[in-house]
Design a protein around this ligand. Structure first.
Ligand code: 4AD
Ligand code: MG
Length: 477
């Protein structure tokens, strides 16, 4: 057997005249002679031509959709249209047969909903191959961006005793026997008898620990899984998702917004620069999908066009108060088309965010200075005493991709906010001490990784950009 080369490399380097081996899965088989082979290394297939003296009937029978094989031969300029090069196979070995009568996928267009049930095979399709190659690139670009900008990667814990968002949407971590729970004399469960000697849960955010890092190392970021036990069955919520959380000493809310915008643009540009062929495939897919939609439901721009638009234009920046005013003057508001009310003091709903981004400004929008009552306890109180220095970055088709803020660095104000928000002081004694001993103004934000991958790939459901989605009622694979 000749040296095995990955197909992406064969296609980019075209080592014509060399004898090589490729291995991969059959994507298509025509005229009992022409195999389109893909090994996952890129979106491109290599055409493998079975030479006449290899045309053995037994072999041909086994060359089926998604069967796995190895082919050795001479790489040649292609005779046919549709590809520049092809492998004239002198030897083909079937590595893994595929019984198509029983295989869950068939060689035809399958819906993403159907493929979601077959997550163990869906990465073999063009669409999911592209999505997961791009997901990798975005993750890599995250580290590159922060490394190049002098941040330190901090690993914050997955098991914690605190509720960073104060929203109570946590998965309990315990080794206690649910059939036989230890109780205190007064009756409630005695968590001091649990593994860690206290109640613990899966983290909803690494922010509070990242603040510890920022107040020593200056600029840090986390990139890890986070867990939320909220019953949100939407195309943008997962119970287990990945979040990137930079935290910076000496940054105010404006520095924070600048970083968030630069970061989003960098990730998108990185994918344009490194995964263009995959993007083209996804762009094509969306165009085909939209052919069947009425005009008003189609996207205003193609996928790549939209990505370029975002990297090339400044994000709009407005205050919450201005956003509320704009919404109250909007057509859908006046015509009663919003499902949820718009009043100062209420949180913006997805429909409002989408109006601002898709209709009013037609580009990403950063909304800042929200009423304190609707935001987390750690956000810095503004001088008006009514709003906090929060910022949400809203994207077309997605809504909120980033939530962040300048942090309350003043001890007394923080304590008061904790009391107001019923955040237990005793769990966060160390967080309070950070304000007592050598504290500093600081800021940070969290980017929902899957939401960004959704935006870049154009996938409409978040379950299609994470390999093994966890959602209410579903934890298969
Ligand atoms: O706005 P969130 O809740 O902010 C925080 O967790 C802060 N501690 C971040 C920080 O300042 N360090 O979440 C941040 C982002 C959201 O903007 C959204 O993109 C994503 O995380 N997100 C989710 N993504 C998928 N599924 C869910 N259930 C999500 N909840 C939040
Ligand atoms: Mg948020």
């Amino acid at each position: 057997m000749a040296q095995r080369i990955e197909i992406a490399q064969v296609l980019s380097q075209s080592p014509i005249g060399q004898t090589i081996t490729v291995k991969g899965w059959v994507r298509a088989f025509r005229n009992n002679r022409f195999i389109a082979l893909n090994d996952g290394s890129g979106p491109g297939n290599l055409q493998v031509v079975i030479e006449a003296d290899q045309l053995d009937e037994e072999l041909v029978k086994k060359i089926k959709y998604h069967a796995c094989l190895s082919a050795t031969g001479v790489l040649s300029a292609s005779q046919g249209a549709g590809q520049d090069i092809e492998l004239l196979a002198q030897e083909i070995d079937i590595l893994g047969e595929n019984n198509l009568d029983e295989y869950p996928l068939q060689p035809k267009r399958q819906t993403v909903e159907f493929l979601r049930q077959k997550a163990h095979f869906r990465m073999r399709t063009n669409t999911f191959g592209a999505v997961f190659r791009i997901r990798h690139s975005v993750a890599f670009a995250v580290h590159k961006f922060y490394n190049d900008n002098g941040f330190f990667y901090l690993h914050t814990p997955i098991i914690t005793g605190s509720d960073a968002e104060g929203a109570g949407e946590m998965f309990r971590v315990t080794t206690l026997d649910p059939e036989n729970l230890p109780r205190t004399e007064a009756g409630p469960i005695d968590w001091s008898a649990d593994f860690f000697g206290r109640a613990t849960n899966l983290t909803v955010s690494g922010q509070l620990q990242a603040e510890i890092g920022a107040l020593a190392l200056g600029k840090v970021y986390t990139f890890g899984p986070t867990f939320r036990a909220e019953y949100s069955n939407t195309p943008r919520h997962l119970a287990e998702f990945w979040m990137i959380e930079p935290e910076m000493a000496f940054y105010d809310i404006h520095d924070n917004m600048d970083l968030a915008e630069a970061f989003c643009k960098y990730l998108i540009q990185y994918v344009i620069d490194h995964n263009y062929a995959d993007l083209e495939a996804l762009d094509q897919r969306l165009q085909e999908e939209e052919k069947n939609l009425p005009k008003e439901k189609r996207r205003p721009m193609g996928l790549i066009e939209q990505l370029r638009f975002v990297t090339d234009n400044p994000f709009e920046r407005i205050t919450y108060t201005d956003a509320v005013q704009l919404l109250q003057q909007s057509k859908p508001y006046k015509k009663g088309q919003f499902e949820f009310p718009v009043d100062w003091g209420r949180d913006l709903q997805a429909e409002h965010e989408r109006y601002l981004v898709e209709k009013e400004f037609q580009k990403p929008v950063i909304v800042r200075n929200y009423p304190k009552e609707i935001k987390a306890f750690y956000m810095r109180l503004n001088e008006d005493q009514k709003t906090v220095a929060a910022m949400d970055v809203l994207f077309p088709g997605i809504g909120e991709v980033i939530g962040g803020s300048q942090r309350e660095e003043r001890y007394d104000q923080l304590l008061e906010r904790m009391h107001e928000a019923h955040v237990p002081e005793e769990d966060l004694w160390w967080y309070l001490e950070l304000r007592k001993f050598g504290g500093a103004p600081h800021s940070g934000f969290g980017l929902g990784f899957e939401r960004m991958v959704q935006f870049i790939t154009g996938m409409s459901n978040i379950r299609d950009v994470i390999a093994f989605p966890r959602t209410p009622g579903s934890a298969d694979f």
